[in-house]
Design a protein around this ligand. Structure first.
Ligand code: SF4
Length: 320
């Protein structure tokens, strides 16, 4: 939608606006359909995502909000979520959003290293993210922050630094996007010229598993880890991290670490108890954790234990 920026990872120049911009009538139609189909709407939000919502043409932005507003509130949806850039937030726009029933604002922080932001041509600073976050919270909106890992010029240390800085801003939610290199982007050119070496898949999953745990330990919900599975991304992907079940991969690694700690190098037969619903995550992607420990002489059988939650486990030796 006429974004003047040229972020290194973004392929907006190769996407025609008309392909994706919804009309207010379509917003009404989608909201009506959802209102009909979703029984308990009190926990569901209407979201305007995939762009810098507050930076699009004002009349168009208001027409979309006007279309969504009647579906929010008493008996309707919980609220409206939008995503935008940290430098596209000020008091005036937040007052407008408030008046239209917006309840949550997410910022694409991407990195809290100014060097990484500059190298990836984001056009804003980490200070913009700090200031916008404080302003959003002072207006009573729910704050969400999005970060990327493995950007050009970044390292695992810098990505951990970004996560630590984000935690200091105490958002309610976080999204973590490992960098996917798409055809038609600046990153794609840098990758082809050999100037940018994307993070290896294994390192990326390990890093993101650590970040996921770090945010959760600090009481911050991670509402997305990895890009949504989409034909658009899959068709244009030339390098970087993209896996349709990326979160499961990371969660498997968290469980692997917990099991490793509990095993303390022991071998034999073990019963591993995990929270309800976590059996396949604990077993790892395609049972990789089971195989990993079996190769070390530890044979694990997994069962659930309702008292457990999160990534907590209980390991006991199995008696034949
Ligand atoms: S990521 Fe957002 S701000 Fe950056 S170029 Fe793409 S649309 Fe513009």
């Amino acid at each position: 939608m006429g974004c003047p920026h040229t972020c290194s990872f973004c392929d907006q120049r190769s996407i025609s606006g008309s392909q994706r911009a919804p009309l207010p009538e379509q917003v009404r139609e989608i909201c009506s359909m959802a209102a009909r189909d979703i029984k308990d709407k009190s926990e569901t939000e209407i979201a305007f995502f995939g762009g810098s919502f507050t930076a699009i043409e004002r009349g168009y932005m208001l027409s979309l909000l006007e279309a969504a507003k009647p579906f929010v509130g008493e008996g309707g949806f919980k609220g409206i979520r939008i995503s935008t850039r940290p430098d596209c937030i000020d008091e005036e726009i937040l007052s407008v959003l408030k008046g239209y029933g917006v309840t949550a604002v997410e910022l694409g922080a991407q990195s809290m290293s100014d060097e990484v932001l500059a190298l990836n041509e984001r056009g804003h600073s980490s200070e913009d993210t700090r200031k916008a976050s404080a302003l959003i919270k002072s207006f009573g909106f729910e704050l969400g922050l999005q970060m990327m890992t493995g950007l050009y010029g970044s390292t695992a240390e810098l990505d951990n630094f970004t996560a630590d800085e984000i935690i200091k801003l105490s958002p309610k939610t976080v999204r973590i996007y490992p960098t996917a290199v798409l055809e038609g982007t600046r990153l794609g050119e840098l990758f082809k010229s050999g100037e940018y070496k994307p993070m290896e898949a294994e390192e990326s999953a390990k890093l993101c598993a650590g970040l996921l745990k770090k945010f959760l330990d600090n009481g911050i919900k991670v509402i997305r880890l990895g890009l949504h599975a989409s034909e658009l991304v899959e068709g244009k992907l030339i390098a970087g991290t993209y896996h349709p079940a990326f979160r499961e991969l990371c969660e498997g690694l968290i469980f692997r670490k917990e099991i490793e700690k509990a095993l303390c190098g022991r071998s034999g037969k073990f019963l591993l108890q995990v929270p309800v619903g976590a059996q396949s995550k604990a077993a790892g992607h395609k049972k990789s954790n089971i195989e990993y420990f079996a190769a070390k002489g530890a044979h694990i059988k997994i069962k659930t234990l309702p008292e457990l939650c999160g990534y907590n486990i209980k390991l006991s030796e199995e008696v034949d």
